[in-house]
Design a protein around this ligand. Structure first.
Ligand SMILES: [Cu+2]
Length: 158
């Protein structure tokens, strides 16, 4: 109980880290690594990735391979998946979800998956544990025709 209270206090005190910290790019091999830390802090009651809920837009060029590292830092189970639209429980690309995404990873667990960004469009990184996406535990993933991988805080853009 004391631990839980301390965790909440810590979360409330934390400012969101720059999202670029969670992106690494290998331009030569056309690979981007995106780290999604579920329940990074207390933002949105812990229903966040990297301290953001619904506020990030990740962009990856078509044809690149995306390596996703999904870490669950919170006390509840969470997952990471790429989906086409709100409420979808099916990965948009083959293999684009952590194992059993509706069940989720236990606290402290990490899972990785990779997928090829084969089709341009606007997708979501979402937690598929029931109720969590509705609680705004998702961000935008755009697969662009060209360019470089990037991540922006949508609130910071005017
Ligand atoms: Cu979740």
């Amino acid at each position: 109980m004391i631990g839980a209270v301390a965790l909440v206090a810590l979360g409330l005190a934390a400012t969101p880290p720059p999202p670029s910290r969670f992106l690494s790019v290998d331009a030569r091999r056309h690979r981007a690594t995106i780290t999604l830390v579920a329940s990074y802090n207390g933002e949105n009651g812990g229903f966040n990735f990297d301290g953001y809920s619904r506020e990030l837009m990740w962009t990856v060029p078509r044809g690149w391979t995306v390596d996703v590292v999904c870490k669950n830092r919170g006390p509840l189970r969470h997952s990471c998946a790429v989906v086409n639209s709100a409420g979808s429980t099916h990965p948009a690309f083959r293999g684009a979800a952590t194992p059993q995404p509706l069940v989720g990873l236990e606290e402290g667990h990490t899972a990785r998956f990779s997928f090829r960004a084969s089709t341009t469009g606007v997708y979501r990184f979402a937690c598929l544990v029931p109720g969590h996406e509705d609680a705004r535990m998702w961000d935008v993933l755009k697969i662009a025709r060209a360019g470089k991988p990037k991540v922006v805080d949508l609130r910071a853009k005017s």
